[in-house]
Design a protein around this ligand. Sequence first.
Ligand SMILES: [Zn+2]
Length: 396
Amino acid sequence: MKVFSTNGMKATLIAAALPFWGFFGHRLINEMAVYTLPPPLIGFYKAHIDYIRLHAVDPDKRRYAVAGEAERHFMDLDHWGKAPFADLPRDWQGAYWMHAEWRWSTSAGDTLWGVYDPKSRLLRWKVDSTRYDSLSIDPACVRSQFFAARSEGFAEQPVILGCLDTLWQERDWGTLTLRDTFSKHGVLPYHLLHSYRQLIRAFESGDVDRILRQSADLGHYIGDAHVPLHTTKNYNGQLSGQDGIHAFWESRLPELFAGQDYHFVVGRAEPIEGDPADYFWQIVMDSHGMVDSVLSEEAKLSASWPEDQQYCFEKRGSARLLVPCEAYSRAYHQSLNGQVGRRMRAAIKSLAAVWLSAWTAAGKPELTAFAAGSKISETDSLSLQDYEHLPRKQQH
Ligand SMILES: [Zn+2]
């Protein structure tokens, strides 16, 4: 994508105007998923559909305010090699510990670096060129220490572990620290499972506010997981001279064409089959398989299209913003052959499946009983103005 000489400026302007699937896309996914649910779930969600729709973008609003939030929205899979990413355990702890930095500062003043082996669950140390020592660690203790430190906003700081066995402490072997060098590359598929489990617990609790909050949040992360560029380190085309392609694909295209070209008939929701972790991983793997076409189609188009007709100024409220021109957008959209609409439909279908499965896993609690008890306001003045620039028929 070529935009004069104001590349950095352009990316900023577009990002500000069109954040992540766009508010439009995220809200559409959350809302449409409701209509695919079977009774009695549909009755409950429909009673709260304004909340589910409006709060579809809450996780994006938290990105810069809450420690650990930003990395939940993406995963740079290609940072970890090539598909199928053999060095990336599908369980969070295995992956996290394997790729975290383990440092042992001995009491003699030496520093040794450990490597965690997820198969044996041992932490191994290179003693000399041929010999390793290993140490077993108490997973529950490490986990609780890490999260205690992280909740105070120290995710990038080493965590001093106080949970080594007593032998270690008695012999004064020094200090073992664990530093998070994993999460900054994204944790989206792991977080999907976590968020899904939180929704199950919310259903079990019968707390309507909690169910709604978790349901809306989960819709956001499911939406992100269906966007190919949320699964690559070249997430904004910055590594291939295509800066701005993120918002182009996930915001500009749906805003221009969802009202005319997409259909959202996805059928009645079916529950997830098999292991939910595998299900969530499959979503991001499918998305990752499309990264190539997202980038290469735009690169091809950009090379053949007049440079001064790729970006245009457009009025947004009182501002004039530089966005991909409509004709250029249409050509890109056509070259992708329905890909954006397909991913949006897949997101709608997945989200409904996940809500349905969480409710089922919680023992199908009676929903009508607590549908009336919500204290949540159905209006959210923060968000409605985001719709103002959309053509009327696209508003919901
Ligand atoms: Zn997001």
